[in-house]
Design a binder for this molecule. Structure first.
Ligand code: PLP
Length: 407
């Protein structure tokens, strides 16, 4: 008799975005002919950079000729891509080597899968609010109890709030796996060197591992802020970093990411190199490598032209963020983020619940955003607006909020 993984039953109330889609659909059905403006999902909208298109074309051309055709490649990625990525990280001041990069088909899968190389009885700490994958993957893996009042038993929530500038203090209990995301989805907050150093010191002291998601690093405008945890002294022995070209270069549909596992990483019961070898083994066993065409596109991102062109697209999204934040602040709404990340995190006016504000924004302005409560209990009373979108659509949404929102 086959049995299911019953931990799936613990997952609370489905995934956030299907619920947003359901409410939006219902609203449209009851209203008839209206256009809903989306500042909700963090998906990129602008065309790929010409240098990336050239890279993708080149990747296709290689496959068209028997002399340059390639089939399965290394499951850890093509050497030029790993070397190019290592150069970018070196330019950040991060101490990483090309053979510590494990190229993948994106950060979401890696964020979900990385827990599988660690013990099932590890205690997990997450920022609250957080990108949902960190929590859900550990629920599915059986590292939590049931969900009660929006919290899973056994999970350590690290609240991110106004008082701590949306970056948590180190846990005051012993934890084993710590998920950090900076620049943060959903709050838009970016950790400073000092804040990350606090976590690195904690992790080294307790032989814990930090899983650091830097998917929005290229959106950092303030050069004093770290773009990689490997800019922090001591991180090589306690951290794993996950990133991708999704937000950096519009690869959300193209799919290309990487995870960095260093030679020095150790946890309580491992030797240096063992965790890296395990991730290598995991990838070799479950993954046959990222698409060769897509990796050629990734190399296009790393050319001087690709860097310049993707920077320009990021600047475009960041101008959207500036416009959104400025308009909301003019209405007297308190905003965070949006300066080093493509998300504006706002305090709901009138202390409305996140979902109440979602319904109000939809009903009054026909604008869809993302309720903060969907990212964890500390997100209640907050709301995320995404800066990904065509300028004219963002401007329409802003105009609608400015003229129709009743506060
Ligand atoms: N990490 C964070 C923090 C994200 O917000 C997202 C996507 O929204 C991802 C990872 C997923 O990235 P990818 O498209 O590379 O799977």
């Amino acid at each position: 008799m086959a049995r299911i993984n019953a931990s799936y039953r613990k997952l609370a109330a489905g995934y956030l975005f299907p619920e947003i889609a359901r409410r939006t659909r219902e609203f449209i059905e009851t209203q008839g002919d209206i256009t809903v403006m989306k500042l909700g999902i963090g998906d990129t909208t602008e065309a790929l950079a010409p240098a990336v298109i050239d890279g993708l074309h080149h990747g296709v051309d290689l496959l068209a000729d028997v002399k340059t055709y390639s089939g399965y490649g290394s499951s850890t990625g093509q050497a030029p891509l790993r070397e190019g990525l290592a150069e970018v990280y070196k330019s950040y001041g991060a101490n990483v080597n090309a053979d510590e990069f494990f190229v993948s088909d994106g950060a979401k899968g890696d964020s979900a899968n990385i827990q599988s190389i660690f013990s099932a009885d590890n205690i997990v700490a997450v920022q609250d609010p957080a990108y949902p994958v960190y929590v859900d993957s550990n629920v599915i893996a059986g590292r939590t109890g049931e969900s009660a009042d929006g919290c899973y038993q056994g999970l350590v929530y690290m609240p991110c709030n106004v008082e701590n500038g949306f970056f948590p203090a180190v846990p005051d209990v012993k934890v084993d796996m710590i998920y950090l995301c900076s620049p943060n989805n959903p709050t838009g907050a970016v950790a400073t060197h000092e804040q990350l150093k606090g976590f690195v010191d904690y992790a080294n002291e307790h032989k814990a591992v930090i899983i650091f998601d830097s998917a929005y690093a290229p959106f950092i405008q303030d050069d004093s802020l770290p773009r990689s945890i490997f800019e922090i002294e001591g991180a090589r022995s306690c951290a794993i970093e996950i990133n991708s070209f999704s937000k950096w270069a519009g690869f959300t549909g193209v799919r290309l990411g990487w995870t960095i596992v260093t030679d020095e990483l150790v946890v309580e019961d491992s030797e240096p190199g063992e965790v890296k070898a395990m991730w290598n083994r995991r990838q070799n066993t479950f993954f046959n490598g990222a698409s060769n065409v897509v990796q050629a596109g990734g190399l296009g991102v790393l050319t001087p032209a690709g860097r310049e062109q993707t920077d320009a697209t990021i600047a475009y999204y960041m101008e959207n963020a500036r416009l959104i934040r400025a308009a909301l602040e003019e209405l007297g709404i308190t905003c965070f983020g949006g300066t080093n990340a493509p998300y504006v995190w706002l305090k709901t006016p009138g202390d409305l619940g996140s979902w109440e504000f979602f319904d109000k924004l939809l009903a009054e302005c026909h604008v869809v955003g993302t309720p903060g409560a969907g990212f964890g209990p500390s997100g209640e009373g907050y709301f995320r607006l995404s800066a990904f979108g065509h300028r004219e659509n963002v401007e329409k949404a802003i105009n609608s909020i400015q003229t129709k929102l009743k506060i």
